[in-house]
Each structure stands twice: as structure tokens, then as C-alpha cells.
Design a binder for this molecule. Structure first.
Ligand SMILES: [Mg+2]
Length: 105
């Protein structure tokens, strides 16, 4: 599936709900929550914060999926073509910043 296809698929699913998308600020707050959950997983894995014995096992992939889901919700509700913008981001690295970082010899 392409990014555009994911955007359309999610929109199709969400249009079945009375309120397909949350308000912009709620979407952003949700994104921050999900990014925080990624940070928590990484802190448990690499940082100084020990995990409680009663906590469920960390699942980085699950939390990254939640971040992506929320990003797609924001893009859809704001009319952003993520596929086009992702290509723009790649172009920043490969064209605009092509000599900025050292490459393997
Ligand atoms: Mg989550």
C-alpha cells in the first residue's frame, strides 16, 4: 500500500463515525501522547528509568504505529498529501543537503 492509499483507507474507515476526526488541538495532543509513549519505550530500553515489574512489556513497533496513525489523521483532517510531502522530505536530504553529511567511502 502507498502512503496515499493508507490515507484514503483510514479516511474511509473514519467516515463511518459521527465525528471522523478530532479537533486539530486534540489531534496534536494525541500525537504528543503517542510520541511520549515512544519516548517511554526508548527510555526503558536505553535510558536511566527502570521499568516497573507490574508494567506490560514494551512494544516499540506498536507505539510507532500509533504515531503514524495519528500523523495520518492530522494529515487527512488538514488536507495534507503525505506521500508528496514525504518525497519533499527525502528531496531535502538527497538534493538540498546532498553534501551536508559524510557518506560511506
Ligand atoms: Mg500508543
Amino acid at each position: 500500500m502507498t502512503i496515499n492509499e493508507y490515507q484514503k483507507e483510514l479516511d474511509k474507515i473514519l467516515q463511518a463515525y459521527e465525528k471522523p476526526y478530532w479537533s486539530p488541538l486534540s489531534n496534536v495532543a494525541h500525537l504528543v501522547e503517542e510520541v511520549g509513549e515512544v519516548a517511554r519505550v526508548m527510555n526503558h530500553k536505553y535510558g536511566d528509568k527502570p521499568k516497573k515489574k507490574t508494567e506490560d512489556p514494551d512494544n516499540l513497533a506498536d507505539e510507532l504505529g500509533d504515531v503514524l496513525f495519528t500523523l495520518v489523521c492530522i494529515a487527512n483532517s488538514e488536507g495534507v498529501d503525505l506521500e508528496q510531502q514525504f518525497q519533499t522530505s527525502i528531496d531535502k536530504l538527497t538534493i538540498r543537503d546532498k553534501d551536508r553529511f559524510n557518506k560511506k567511502q
